[in-house]
Design a protein around this ligand. Structure first.
Ligand SMILES: Cc1ncc(C[n+]2csc(CCOP(=O)(O)OP(=O)(O)O)c2C)c(N)n1
Ligand SMILES: [Mg+2]
Length: 169
């Protein structure tokens, strides 16, 4: 199993290598991202600056439709945040967006689990046991290529390459 920080690190390294813009969604995904990402220049990573707008990252991909010179972008999102704006899969295809959504599925809203554990010593209803196949969900939208990220750093890195190649090939 991959921990979220390791998975985020792997994707951030990939983004740097292919010179992709990074969008971060709310939650632990962003909190971890703040500590992991090492950019060399400004404006390589965009967040909703603490507004906690779940679904921001995937929605932000649509900015590529309005940009004069769109840049390949990767949206880092959690399972909770993604489900706030899954319609972006349809809008993204409709607007011809070229980019990537990486969904970090921990079957919980971990940011809230963390707050509850810190304040009350116990987490309450921030997770569930309902399995969701997000790959299959995304694959249901024609024009979206969907991949399972795997369980190791190496596997994830390989999948990212394949996903990117699908876009440029
Ligand atoms: C509309 C709305 N409801 C609740 C919150 C509080 N909130 C902030 S992050 C978060 C959970 C994010 O879950 P997920 O995207 O799965 O990321 P994780 O923390 O698990 O990495 C919640 C519920 C919010 N920001 N906005
Ligand atoms: Mg989550």
């Amino acid at each position: 199993m991959l921990t979220q920080p390791v998975a985020i690190r792997t994707v951030a390294e990939f983004a740097k290598r292919i010179d992709a813009l990074k969008y971060f969604d709310a939650g632990d995904v962003q909190a971890n991202g703040f500590q992991i990402v090492e950019d060399d220049t400004p404006f390589e990573t965009i967040t909703e600056s603490g507004a906690s707008y779940m679904g921001f990252a995937v929605s932000a991909l649509l900015a590529g439709a309005a940009a004069e010179r769109p840049r390949y972008a990767i949206a880092f999102t959690g399972d909770g945040s993604f489900m706030m704006n899954p319609q972006v899969l349809i809008d993204g295809v409709a607007h011809g967006i070229r980019g990537m959504i990486v969904l970090f599925d921990n079957r919980r809203m971990a940011a809230i689990s963390g707050l509850q554990l810190a304040q009350y010593g116990i987490d309450y209803r921030t997770n569930d046991e309902v399995e969701v196949d997000y790959r299959q969900l995304a694959a249901a939208v024609s024009g979206v290529a969907a991949f399972w990220g795997g369980t190791t750093r190496e596997e994830l890195a390989g999948v990212l390459e394949r996903a990117r190649a699908r876009m440029t090939g």
